[in-house]
Design a protein around this ligand. Sequence first.
Ligand code: FE2
Length: 273
Amino acid sequence: MTDGPASNARDSVCLLQLTDPHLFSDGQGALAGVSTSATWHSVLSEVQRRGPRPDAVLVTGDLVHDHRESTYRRLMDDLQVFDAPVYVLPGNHDDGSLMASVFADHDTIRWVGHVVLGEWLVVMLDSTIAGSPGGHLSSDELDRLARTLRDHAERPTLVALHHHPVDVGSAWIDAIGVDNGQDLMELLERHPQARIVLWGHVHQEVDQRLGALRMLATPSTCIQFLPGARNFTLDEIAPGWRYLRLQADGGVETWVERLERLPTGLDLSLRGY
Ligand SMILES: [Fe+2]
């Protein structure tokens, strides 16, 4: 566990979520005709220009698309623009053991199990299955979550992971969510301190309420998937990111922002990636 920078009592903590950058080591790689490096840099500079300045940044997986150490190093260099700690977790396009070694001893960019931000507990789960686009939460991960919730029972809690633990209403995407998402949801139901579940992977905005839980997904920093589509379909909408103001009383204010323009070169005819 690590204490975040804003662990003193405050009214709120501002968390920035970036997700699914899908970077390539040479910076030239593209998905659906879109340079993932170009959109990533556009998002970073727009976030800096518009503000607000985050107290912490969370990058929820699919950091790279080519499993190369040099790509992770490039991402780390880029993330130095934030004067705030950055937390990362793996997605299906990541290499977990490579990530573990690359992020092992960095001061401000880390892959950790959980962190306390202000009054909040943020638990980061690994939902990846090696070699599969789908997700699963191992009993070890679920046990760790239960233990961490017990150890911080007084703290409002955000649980972050890469894959969606509930269906988002798109058949091809729902086939590659967490295959035991119900186990997570039942565990969280038994812990009323849990307020938010936050993920990436679906490359689209989701904001639903499920009982006491706010269920949130966030656009990718590169290409977007069309909500509600039965088969793989790209969406004609700009890359984005999400802010969360985690309030000391357990409340949350959250919103998605996007670049003003569609990425250059976007090829909407792509039928898979
Ligand atoms: Fe992704």
